[in-house]
Design a protein around this ligand. Structure first.
Ligand code: ATP
Ligand code: MG
Length: 275
């Protein structure tokens, strides 16, 4: 098989695997550690709470975090043979279909993967998973603008991308680069907007108080410059951090203050994609 036939075969496989998935949403950022996985996980849970069928694909080959966020680190993935080919079943937790590169490699090994190999692995992971029927498939992306991001945005029919940034100026400069990549005419993935994570600090005992510890202007400049919609401002709180660590993302708690931010984000995205 020559390289073009191989490419066509991959595209057909992806099409087939995602044939019953309505919307693919990428959660990206320019910079590491700004809260992409936190936003992706809570967005997935919130969409499920709105009544949608949701999947979450962790394609951060260099640092998968979905297994930790859902406390399924040592989960065995089951294979299923269909017409002589082996597919993989996503793990279901909190009503969400989860697939992570982290189920197959340990973190230390993933680090040495090179671009083309990483990209092939990701397209294979997506096309071999039995996603079934979904309203939303959320992608927890690696940070930056590397091979994986290019592959995902070019080879998969992404309905829209959301970007996560923290308020610091430095993070803002990196988001600008990532947004420009998705805006590129060869890629042309619609950008749904920006989520400002860690926008302000709110102590639990003073829920009405907002402390803008990283300032307010960085994000304002960015959304003005890139003409982006600010979809939501998520506070930095102890409970988000703790629930992440224990593998029970905050949005599972309907009474939590933070949950309403994620529910509002989910409704906005749903509205935008069903206009
Ligand atoms: N709003 C928040 N409040 C408190 N802690 C947060 C918040 N958002 C993220 N965190 C914490 O910050 C750290 C980084 O978050 P997360 O892993 O979601 O970022 P990321 O952008 O996915 O990182 P990476 O680039 O490594 O994939 C985690 O320890 C997480 O629990
Ligand atoms: Mg992450």
């Amino acid at each position: 098989m020559n390289i073009f036939e191989k490419q066509k075969e991959t595209q057909d496989k992806i099409k087939q695997a995602l044939s019953n998935v309505k919307h693919l949403v990428a959660v990206g950022s320019g910079k590491g550690g700004v809260g992409k996985s936190t936003i992706a996980a809570n967005l997935a849970i919130s969409l499920a709470k709105l009544g949608f069928k949701v999947g979450l694909a962790d394609v951060d080959i260099y640092g998968p975090s979905i297994p930790t966020l859902f406390n399924i680190e040592n989960q065995e993935v089951a294979g299923r043979e269909i017409e002589g080919k082996v597919y993989i079943e996503p793990i279901e937790k909190f009503g969400i279909k989860l697939m992570s590169i982290g189920f197959f490699v340990d973190n230390d090994k993933a680090l040495i993967w090179r671009g083309p190999m990483a990209s092939n692995t990701i397209t294979q992971l997506i096309s071999d998973t039995l996603w079934g029927e979904l309203d939303y498939l959320i992608f927890d992306m690696p940070p930056g603008t590397g091979d994986i991001q290019l592959t995902i945005s070019k080879e998969l029919p992404i309905s829209g991308a959301i970007f996560v940034s923290t308020p610091q100026e430095l993070a803002v400069a990196d988001v600008r680069r990532a947004v420009n990549m998705f805006n590129n005419k060869d890629i042309n993935v619609p950008i749904l907007g920006l989520v400002e994570n860690m926008a302000y600090f709110t102590p639990k005992e003073l829920p009405d108080n907002k402390y803008y510890i990283f300032g307010k202007n960085g994000i304002k400049n960015l959304i003005d410059e890139l003409n982006l919609e600010l979809l939501e401002q998520i506070p930095i709180t102890e409970d988000i951090s703790q629930t992440n660590d224990s593998g029970n993302p905050i949005s599972l708690d309907s009474d939590a203050l933070e949950t309403k931010h994620f529910m509002s984000l989910a409704s906005k995205i749903n509205k935008k994609l069903n206009k």
